[in-house]
Design a protein around this ligand. Structure first.
Ligand code: HSE
Length: 433
């Protein structure tokens, strides 16, 4: 045990998350200090010049702030809380904090996903902790359960809605028949989607989060570039109508599975049965279903973003780190990496597919389409033809397949696209039963 009068905190960033963390640390100082055994004292806040004009900075007292990293790191701090986000300069700051013997708390999914292994090694080397509960699922406890409560399990699967923005957009498309651009515009108006929404809608945010969860769960380094990624921008409200008719919901799922020593990791839109638990998760909520061999299925559900929920995870990590400081130690958090695991190539995936095609409305076209699929050992389980555009002499057909190989499906799609009778491949969506 180390006798401390107080625990010094340095905070980097006074944006949505940093600002809320500062507020919570001040508002709950007594209770948090009671849990630790001495007060938490905010010693310095590293900000950008523009942040000094924020009302919160003025309220807190400008002497608490610095724009200078040298001045920040020269403070007497036990814990550095990083709430800047993005890869740089956050990564350099985290390395510097760990190398100078400070425990670190971060909400930065991009840095942990890309550089977690290096940072954990640095934390071990310097005998300090690296805490990152807020990096995945906002306030939903996920990192601690994987590190502690589920540790006796062999995890076979993670099926997760881990991006609230895209789940909100897909919910609007499903429930209100909105098209993608107007659903995105509403998400932006409500502040759920950024002005530049690419990270969310193209699935990149979910990829970072899945890389972290899969690395933790499967004891294997899963990097963002290992994860097959497709976003939701090609979704059309017609797909939602067909999905409902066929008994499915459409969700952007982050999926990680472990079979033998092979890890399958992918983020893309999927058809899931409408009666499944994840199909009922609407709006900005997140839900993470974990399958363990001992525990069975466990579902984590809650607010995956937002200042308040995220500050819950950050401040809890600060308390854990402070308890470690008092206990005189260490690096509890680390990724266990087992040898012999590999990432399964996406081409080897076997699943069912939904396919929507716009074709010439003339004899023999269905036969051509089924031949292109049959040539790749793709068997059709059902076909719907509804919409016919008599002026254009085209028809829309929807095909559900039996399980087929991804590589074969990609080749079949390529060949279908070249058929004169196929005017457009409207969409193809994998099915997760
Ligand atoms: N942009 C993310 C989401 C929240 O929409 O879920 C931050 O991880």
């Amino acid at each position: 045990m180390v006798k401390k009068e107080s625990i010094g905190i340095g905070l980097m960033g006074l944006g949505v998350i940093g600002g809320e963390v500062a507020r919570v640390l001040a508002a709950r100082a007594e209770v948090l200090g009671g849990q630790i055994g001495c007060p938490l004292v905010l010693r310095k806040v590293k900000v950008l010049e523009a942040d000094l004009a924020r009302p919160q900075a003025k309220e807190m007292g400008l002497e608490l702030f610095t724009t200078d990293a040298e001045e920040f790191f020269s403070q007497d701090m036990d814990i550095v809380v990083e709430a800047i986000g993005g890869e740089q300069p956050a990564f350099d700051y985290l390395k510097r904090a760990l190398s100078s013997g400070r425990h670190v708390v971060t909400s930065n999914k991009e840095v942990i996903a890309k550089h977690g292994v290096e940072l954990f090694a640095l934390a071990q080397q310097h005998g300090v902790g690296l805490h990152y509960e807020a990096s995945v699922g906002g306030g939903i406890p996920l990192i601690a359960p994987f590190q502690q409560d589920l540790v006796a399990n062999k995890i076979s699967g993670i099926y997760a809605i881990i991006n609230g923005t895209t789940n909100y957009i897909l919910t609007l498309m499903a429930k209100e028949g909105a098209d993608f651009p107007s659903a995105l515009a509403r998400a932006q108006k409500l502040g759920y989607a950024e002005a530049d929404p690419r990270n969310d809608i193209e699935g990149i945010d979910a990829v970072y989060k899945l890389a972290i969860l899969a690395s933790l769960a499967f004891h294997c380094r899963v990097q963002p570039q290992d994860i097959h990624c497709e976003g939701i921008s090609r979704m059309n409200n017609r797909d939602f109508r067909y999905a409902q008719e066929l008994g499915f919901a459409i969700k952007l799922l982050a999926i990680a599975k472990q079979t033998d020593n092979q890890i399958e990791v992918r983020v893309h839109p999927v058809f899931i049965p409408e009666e499944s638990l994840l199909a009922k998760v609407d709006g900005v909520y997140n839900a993470i279903l974990v399958q363990g061999d001992l525990v069975g299925r466990v579902l984590f559900f809650g607010e995956g973003a937002g200042a308040s929920a995220t500050s819950s995870a950050v401040v809890s990590d600060v308390v854990s780190a402070a308890q470690d400081v008092i206990a005189g130690g260490g690096s509890r958090a680390k990724w266990v990496l087992e040898p012999g695991k590999s990432i399964r190539p996406m081409a080897e995936l076997e699943t069912r597919y939904y396919l929507r095609l716009n074709v010439a409305d003339q004899p023999g076209v269905l036969a051509q389409v089924s031949k292109a699929l049959g040539d790749h050992m793709i068997s059709i389980s059902s076909v719907i033809q509804k919409a016919v555009d008599s002026a254009a002499q085209t028809a829309e057909i929807v095909i559900m397949t039996h399980p087929a190989k991804e590589a074969e499906m990609q080749q079949a799609l390529d060949e279908l696209g070249k058929l004169a009778s196929v005017k457009e491949i409207g969409n193809f969506i994998r099915v997760e039963d």
